[in-house]
Ligand binder design. Structure first.
Ligand code: TYD
Ligand code: MG
Length: 474
């Protein structure tokens, strides 16, 4: 084998350095640069094995603009996130924490596609027996009465193999010619001839690149499963996200049943689209009306609960935000958030202290988004702030009211995007009132059957949202 040399790769951004670095000068991350031994590309190396592409420039006018042909899916939530179905020749990365349900979801996908085509499911994580047992579980009748039914429901077109060597995987693909290839996971796959170990930045990137070429050279779609690192990136390097067409994250709280499949990149559809699933005994079940599901366990007329309308891609979702304040026993007051950006919570606490006169400096604050949902947009500020104030004053918020708006540092409310869609969803779920920031320009009319209260400040919003204050009990 050719002489190897060392190079240093940032696990965050994939930037390559010639020498060790304490901090990546490219993306600024600390302690993210790791050493890798690599063999220089030789005649037999992976670079030489790449097929020479044959391409011909074509006139713009000769190219049909028709939509990509897609494999439709009966799992509508999955199809929605992909932008309408599986695009042949595309490569999709699906990432998420261990145990969140990636293998389960993709096995369900495999089973579905294998009813009409050929699917090759390559696992480097589990044995064929384990996967078979999972498939039996997924296909068993609901009451578990007749296990033979699961066997009868197995699709013909599903091939399983436990394999981690990329060359062998490529051979299997050559021989079987599947329409869909699933690789579980990209971290366990390795390529011979590279000095670094499986799961390293170089291996993950090279393997993904080869699989990408394979997808692009034909009509096979490839799904890669990737684990998320502590920092929340798939496989550490962002580079993997550049190699694939579509990046999906499966999120959720492992102790809750809801799972969100979110697209963060999609060459064939809208990004930040979400699909909602519930992890049940027999696999992932679609939740077609997430707002309803998220509000199902809500206790009305209890202090500390507010309803926000958050946009996930093009889809408005109503979620309950809970706030709890409690006097600090000792030391610094704590601010704990589950599902909300912690910095956003700090900001809201500061605004409430300075602009709404709450003595939060002596209180711990807990904020929680119900259902394991994560909110990243400021449109939920108002609901979060109202939930905290409601708990602090021990007064419930009006049960039939949604709160939408960004809170500014002076306690002013700022308009957020896609307000009509948000309000429509509130109407659909039977809400009667919405408290929103005052409009500067008249836009579309507000939906009928909804009282829309426009206010300028957080203070005014709270006055309208809180149920008449109880007589002070001292
Ligand atoms: P899995 O798909 O193995 O997660 P990942 O591939 O992301 O690591 O799912 C693991 C969890 O899901 C495991 O704790 C068991 C649970 N599970 C169900 O609740 N219902 C099911 O039908 C299946 C197959 C798994
Ligand atoms: Mg798995």
């Amino acid at each position: 084998m050719a002489k190897t040399y060392s190079r240093y790769i940032c696990q965050e951004c994939g930037h390559v350095f010639a020498r060790p670095m304490g901090r990546c000068t490219h993306c600024g991350a600390w302690n993210s640069v790791v050493e890798e031994r690599v063999a220089p590309p030789s005649g037999a190396g992976p670079a030489a094995a790449r097929p020479a592409g044959v391409s011909t420039p074509r006139r713009l006018t000769d190219i049909e603009a028709a939509d990509e042909a897609r494999l439709p899916l009966t799992m509508g939530e999955f199809a929605r996130v992909l932008g309408g179905g599986i695009v042949p020749g595309s490569i999709v990365l699906i990432g998420g924490d261990p145990g969140i349900g990636k293998s389960t979801l993709l096995l369900q996908l495999a089973v579905e596609v294998a009813r009409s085509g050929l699917v090759l499911y390559v696992s480097g994580e589990e044995s064929e027996r384990q996967i078979k047992m999972r498939a039996v579980r997924l296909l068993s009748p609901a009451d578990g009465s007749n296990p033979a039914e699961a066997e009868a429901a197995m699709p013909d077109g599903l091939l399983l193999v436990t394999e981690t060597n990329l060359e062998t995987i490529l051979e299997h693909v050559q021989q079987t010619r599947p329409g869909l290839l699933i690789v579980d996971s990209i971290q366990t796959t390795y390529m011979q001839g590279l000095e670094s170990s499986a799961g390293s930045v170089t291996q993950v990137r090279e393997c993904a690149s080869r699989l990408r070429e394979l997808a692009k050279s034909g009509s096979m779609a490839v799904f890669l499963i990737g684990h998320v690192t502590k920092e929340g990136n798939i496989a550490g390097p962002r580079v993997l996200e550049h190699i694939v067409d579509t990046v999906l994250y499966l999120e959720g709280d492992r102790f809750q049943t809801y799972r969100l499949l979110r697209s963060v990149k999609n060459r064939f559809g809208a990004t930040s689209e979400v699909g909602v699933f519930e992890m049940r005994e027999r696999g992932m079940v679609e939740v077609t009306n997430p707002s309803e599901a998220f509000l199902a366990e809500r206790m009305v007329n209890t202090p500390g609960s507010a309803i926000a309308v958050t946009m996930e891609g093009t889809r408005p979702i109503l979620v309950e935000i809970q706030g709890l304040t409690s006097p600090t026993n000792f030391g610094n007051p704590r601010r704990t958030s589950n599902g909300l950006d912690p910095n956003r919570l700090l900001l809201l606490a500061a605004v409430l202290t300075r602009r709404a006169g709450l003595r939060l400096g002596e209180h711990d604050i807990f904020a929680n988004v119900v259902g394991g949902f994560k909110i990243s947009e400021p449109a939920a500020d108002l609901a979060a702030a109202a939930a905290i104030v409601s708990s602090y004053r021990d007064v419930a918020l009006r049960a039939d009211t949604v709160l939408i708006g960004e809170v500014g540092l002076s306690g002013e409310l700022r308009m957020v995007g896609q307000m009509p869609a948000r309000l429509q969803e509130a109407v659909k779920l039977g809400f009667k009132t919405a408290i929103v920031p005052r409009r500067i320009r008249r836009g579309e009319p507000w939906p009928k059957n909804l009282e829309v209260i426009e206010v300028r400040t957080l203070h005014q919003a709270l006055e309208r949202a809180l149920v008449a204050e109880k007589a002070s009990e001292g």
